[in-house]
Design a protein around this ligand. Structure first.
Ligand code: ADP
Ligand code: F6P
Length: 321
C-alpha cells in the first residue's frame, strides 16, 4: 500500500475533519502518500485532488464541515460514472481509498470495490441510519446542538405558556427526533418509523397543560411531517398557543464534540490500518464500545431502524409516540 486516497461525501457532519486528519496522519506515519479528493466522488471524476501533508490537516480537529468539501454526485450512481471513477483512480496509481460518508456514500464505495478497488468506509452522517455501527460520526455533535437550541426555546415556551413544535432533520430516520425528545424532556416525538396519532398527542398535551405544565415541546422529524402541518392539525386539539421552530442546517456543522473527535480519530486510524493490512470492502463500525470491520454487503443489505428498546424507554419517560 503506497498511495491511498480519502474523500468525504453526502451531507457533511461534524467530525469529518477529524476523520480526514486521522487518515492523513496515520497514512503518512505508515509511509503512504495520501491524496485528498475534493467534493467526494465528483472530485474523483474530475481528478480534483490534493496531495496531503501533515500540515494540510493542522488545526482542523475541532472544526465542523469538511476541508475536502462534500458533494452529491448523481453521475457516480451510473455505470458510466463508476467506470470513469475507477479509471481515474487507476490512472492516479491509487492502491486504496477511504470513503467517509453515509449510507449512499458507502454504496458508492461498494461500487468501486466491485470494480476492483481496495476501499474502506467510515460512517459519517447526523442521521445515524447506517447499519453496523452504534454511532456514526457527527450524531453526537448534532444532538448537542439540538439540545442546546431546545433548552433556549424552552425558556420562551414556559414564559409564554406555549407549545413549540420543533422540526429536526432526518428524511428517513427519526433517530435525532427521538433522542432529542429524551435529552430535552419533550412531550412528544413524531418520527417516520412510527404512525402518529395527533388526536392522542393533542388530548394528552391539553391534559398536562390543565394539570399545570406551562410548556410543551413536540419533536418532529422532517421525514414524518412538516412542523407547519402538525401545527395546523394540532390546533383543534390542544387549545393553547403554538409556535414553530425549524432548526434546519444549524444541526449539521459546528464545533465537533469530544465524542465525535475521538470516534472520528479512532475510525480514521482503523480504516488505514485495515488497508495497510490488506483488508478491504468493510466499514469501520462501533459496536458495544469495540471497533469492528463490517462487510459493505451486510451494511447495505440491512436497515437500521429505531431500536424497540428506545421506543420503550421514551414511553416510560413520558414521551408520547
Ligand atoms: P449519504 O452518504 O450522506 O447517505 P447520499 O445518499 O446523498 O448521502 O449519497 C452521497 C453520494 O454517494 C451520492 O451523491 C453519490 O455520488 C454516491 N452514491 C449514493 N448512492 C449510490 C449508489 N447506489 N451507487 C453509487 N454511488 C452512490
Ligand atoms: O443526510 C443527512 C441529512 O442531514 C438529512 O437528515 C437531511 O434530510 C438532508 O441531509 C438534507 O441535506 P441537504 O440540505 O444537504 O440537501
Amino acid at each position: 500500500m503506497k498511495r491511498i486516497g480519502v474523500l468525504t461525501s453526502g451531507g457533511d457532519s461534524s467530525g469529518m475533519n477529524a476523520a480526514i486528519r486521522a487518515v492523513v496522519r496515520a497514512g503518512l506515519e505508515m509511509g503512504c502518500e495520501v491524496y485528498g479528493f475534493v467534493q467526494g466522488y465528483a472530485g474523483v471524476l474530475d481528478r480534483h485532488y490534493q496531495v496531503m501533508e501533515s500540515s494540510s490537516v493542522s488545526g482542523i480537529l475541532h472544526r465542523g464541515g469538511t476541508i475536502l468539501k462534500s458533494a452529491r454526485c448523481e453521475e457516480f450512481k451510473t455505470d458510466r460514472g463508476q467506470k470513469e471513477g475507477m479509471k481515474a483512480l487507476e490512472e492516479l496509481g491509487l492502491d486504496g481509498l477511504v470513503v467517509i460518508g453515509g449510507d449512499g456514500s458507502l454504496r458508492g464505495a461498494n461500487a468501486l470495490l466491485e470494480r476492483g478497488m481496495n476501499v474502506v468506509g467510515v460512517p459519517a452522517t447526523i442521521d445515524n441510519d447506517v447499519w453496523g455501527t452504534d454511532m456514526a460520526i457527527g450524531v453526537d455533535t448534532c444532538l448537542n446542538t439540538i439540545t442546546w437550541a431546545i433548552d433556549i426555546i424552552k425558556d420562551t415556551a414556559s414564559s409564554h405558556e406555549r407549545a413549540f413544535i420543533i422540526e429536526v432533520m432526518g428524511r428517513e430516520s427519526g433517530y435525532l427526533a427521538i433522542m432529542s425528545s429524551l435529552s430535552c424532556g419533550a412531550e412528544a416525538a413524531i418520527i417516520p418509523e412510527f404512525p402518529y396519532d395527533l388526536e392522542k398527542i393533542g388530548s394528552k398535551l391539553a391534559e398536562r397543560f390543565k394539570e399545570g405544565k406551562t410548556d410543551s415541546i413536540i419533536l418532529v422529524a422532517e421525514g414524518a411531517a412538516s412542523a407547519y402541518t402538525i401545527q395546523r392539525k394540532l390546533k383543534n386539539h390542544i387549545g393553547f398557543e403554538t409556535r414553530i421552530s425549524v432548526l434546519g442546517h444549524i444541526q449539521r456543522g459546528g464545533v465537533t464534540s469530544v465524542f465525535d473527535r475521538t470516534l472520528a480519530s479512532r475510525m480514521g486510524v482503523e480504516a488505514v490500518n485495515a488497508l495497510i493490512d490488506g483488508r478491504s470492502g468493510n466499514m469501520i463500525g462501533l459496536s458495544k464500545s469495540k471497533f469492528a470491520e463490517i462487510p459493505f454487503k451486510e451494511v447495505l443489505a440491512n436497515k437500521k431502524g429505531i431500536q424497540p428498546k428506545l421506543i420503550e424507554l421514551s414511553r416510560t419517560l413520558g414521551v408520547i409516540l
